[in-house]
Design a protein around this ligand. Structure first.
Ligand code: FAD
Length: 624
């Protein structure tokens, strides 16, 4: 069978890759080991959070599926950091695991250009060094000029529990992908090992919930998707408890039985998702650690024990659980475990996420050394768009660092590489105020529109929303408010009163005053979402202007492209380290070259001079 794009893997990267390749016009095959696990959350059933929530909205703005699936499956929703500045506020949703899976599958099946097929890919088929298709373990062949590999933690995956239990697996219950890992070696792609872990799950019927701190979600309406308004399921609370001295004592007593500390695992794990063993060893004076009990879904009493990731033997995990307040008689339904797997250092990829070695091969998700559903989905979206671009002979798409958090993520991966599983934070971006969740549509709709990714209805919805935002902004700029109308609002907000009429925009710049309240005082009922955007634009106008001007400078550097054939080893004016790093990464622009660790400003100066000299030389030789 012949397609334009073949996507291997039906996880978070694979689902987005298939959806967006299809939206770009490619006939797409999603080939995955098990169709029942399309959209499976391997770990915590939660989407969003700091920076990640913004990424979900960016994927949605491009027409992706993660936001829509989350809206349909969420059973608790919160805006994190609500009391802090807009740069660090982020939406997060706890999801029903099976509803989420069903939503992803349904959204993929709604794409007329996507075919789903169950099979394990064993190797890539090549023609003249370029992708020509794939072959499955049972010998079936599928042809396409572009493929996206999104195999997650499956490449030579090994599960560890304690010192003695080692199970070859992609995750609990799934076989590892070994043949394809071998094939990647044969194709000359370099791989290394990382590890990650997951906590035990427990039966909620055996938890003394009344002893724990109950946490309900936010009641305010919120949808991750800009285009659709799914009906949310019933909302559920989470519960908070803490580990105490008993857990510390148990972990210390059994530390050498843990796969991580007993020597069974040597590869690196995510520093920001530490196991309970790590927390006890690294913070021995901490009296307690938070443990959140989160519902796994509406159709089950099982709960996820967030904060207790571990690779201790199962009987020790149970002992540890039962020493925590509220869990004294708990029944464990699944033991936690650690998993080691291959990833491919992402400096082997172009900013379009295409392999520099094999043309037409795109890589996305955990295979590139990241961790997290949103990070995987973001890469899937870009890889899917570009695989379609390669197959349909269209432009390659890469998002810049000031356009999207997705751009920050991919630029970090392909330029700097990873030395531990990479996770997004707001601090990874130098444009934190520009890259907000509320303005993701404004930032990315023009690209989605240009690439033809949206339906007529979606385009109309987007245009209406952006126009409503502009209208609110315009009203505030052009409408004056009298002291009689403004002072009650200012008084309530603890702000200085006014004696003369002023423009609403002027008062909206005060941090303590809400734009929505001012508009209401003059009789303008503006939609909350439009107010949110306009209010931030007024309050942070100075900072935003600064970020915009830095972004413009960066854009100029990114537009200064480096010829692909440049031979760095010949450039004596560069330092030895710069020559090595530049040869390894092969940056596409001066902007990217500047961000490579080890490349100094004087190297950049020499590089620019060399490029200009080469180009002049080429012009002269063309003229003579
Ligand atoms: P996956 O979701 O793993 O999907 C891979 C897909 O590829 C699967 O559908 C699989 O069947 C398919 N596949 C693999 N090989 C083949 C093949 N040869 N042919 C066909 N199909 C194939 N993230 C966090 O943010 N925090 C955590 O604490 C955390 N803990 C984790 C703990 C565990 C035990 C695991 C397994 C993952 C954890 N993650 C965590 C990571 C999170 O699950 C991943 O980041 C995310 O699922 C990656 O998405 P992906 O699409 O890259 O891969």
């Amino acid at each position: 069978m012949t397609y334009d794009v073949i996507v291997i893997g039906g996880g978070h990267a694979g689902s987005e890759a298939a959806a967006l390749a299809a939206r770009r016009g490619a006939r797409t095959l999603l080939l995955t080991q098990n169709l029942e696990t399309v959209g499976q959350m391997s770990c915590n059933p939660a989407i969003g959070g700091i920076a990640k929530g913004t990424v979900v909205r960016e994927i949605d703005a491009l027409g992706g599926i993660m936001g829509r699936a989350t809206d349909a499956a969420r059973i608790q929703f919160r805006i994190l950091n609500r009391s802090k500045g807009p740069a660090v506020q982020s939406p997060r949703a706890q999801c029903d695991r099976s509803l989420y899976r069903r939503a992803v599958r349904g959204l993929l099946e709604a794409c007329s250009r996507v075919d789903l097929y169950q099979g394990t890919v064993a190797r890539f088929l090549l023609r003249r060094g370029c992708i020509d298709g794939v072959e499955t373990l049972d010998g079936q062949r599928f042809t396409a000029p572009a493929a996206v590999l999104t195999a997650g933690t499956f490449l030579r995956g090994t599960i560890h529990q304690g010192l003695d239990t080692r199970i070859p697996a992609g995750r609990a219950g799934d076989a590892p992908a070994v043949a394809i890992a071998q094939n990647l070696d044969d194709l000359g792609l370099r791989s290394e090992r990382f590890k990650t872990g997951t906590p035990p799950r427990v039966d909620g019927r055996t938890v003394r919930l009344q002893q724990l701190e109950r946490q309900d979600g936010d009641p305010d309406p919120f949808w991750f998707s800009f285009y659709e308004r799914a009906v949310h399921p019933i909302q559920k609370p989470c519960y908070l408890t803490y580990t105490g001295p008993e857990v510390q004592e148990i972990v210390e007593r059994h530390l050498l039985e843990s796969a991580l500390y007993g020597g069974a695992i040597s590869s690196r794990g995510p520093r920001y998702c530490p196991s309970i063993e790590d927390k006890i060893v690294k913070f021995p004076s901490a009296k307690r650690h938070q443990v959140f009990l989160e519902p796994e879904g509406l159709d089950t009493t099982e709960m996820y024990v967030n904060g207790l990731s571990t690779s201790l033997p199962p009987q020790i995990q149970l002992e540890m659980l039962r020493s925590i307040q509220g869990l004294e008689e708990v029944r464990m339904t699944r033991a936690g475990y650690a998993i080691e797997y291959d990833y491919l250092p992402p400096t082997q990829l172009t900013p379009a996420l295409e392999s520099k070695t094999v043309s037409g091969l795109f890589l996305a998700g955990q295979v590139n050394g990241t961790t997290g559903y949103e990070e995987a989905a973001a890469q899937g979206a870009v890889a899917g768009l570009n695989a379609a671009g390669r197959a349909l002979d269209s432009e390659m798409v890469s998002l810049t660092r000031h356009e999207a958090f997705i751009g920050v993520l991919i630029d970090d991966l392909v330029t700097r590489g990873v030395d531990e599983p990479y996770r997004l934070f707001t601090s990874r971006s130098e444009f934190r105020l520009l890259l907000r969740q509320d303005n993701a549509l404004r930032r990315l709709y023009p690209l989605a529109e240009r690439l033809g990714l949206l339906s007529e209805g979606e385009r109309r919805t987007a245009e209406e929303r952006l126009q409503a935002e502009d209208q609110v902004h315009g009203w505030a700029e052009s409408t004056a408010i009298s002291p009689g109308q403004a002072n009650p609002v200012l008084h309530r907000s603890g702000s200085r009163s006014i004696g003369e009429p002023v423009r609403i925009a002027e008062l909206a710049r005060r941090p303590e005053v809400s734009l929505g309240d001012l508009l209401e005082a003059v009789g303008i009922a503006a939609p909350t979402e439009s107010c949110t955007w306009a209010d931030i634009e007024f309050k942070y106008a100075g900072y935003l202007a600064k970020e915009h001007s830095t972004a413009e400078r960066m854009a100029r550097m990114d537009e200064f492209s480096i010829p692909a054939e440049l031979f760095y080893e010949d450039l004596d004016s560069l330092s030895f380290e710069a020559r090595q790093k530049l040869s390894a990464v092969r940056p596409t622009s001066i902007g990217q070259a500047r961000r490579i660790p080890g490349v100094s400003p004087s190297d950049i100066h020499s590089l620019i001079t060399a490029i200009i000299r080469t180009q002049r030389g080429a012009t002269v030789s063309r003229e003579t």
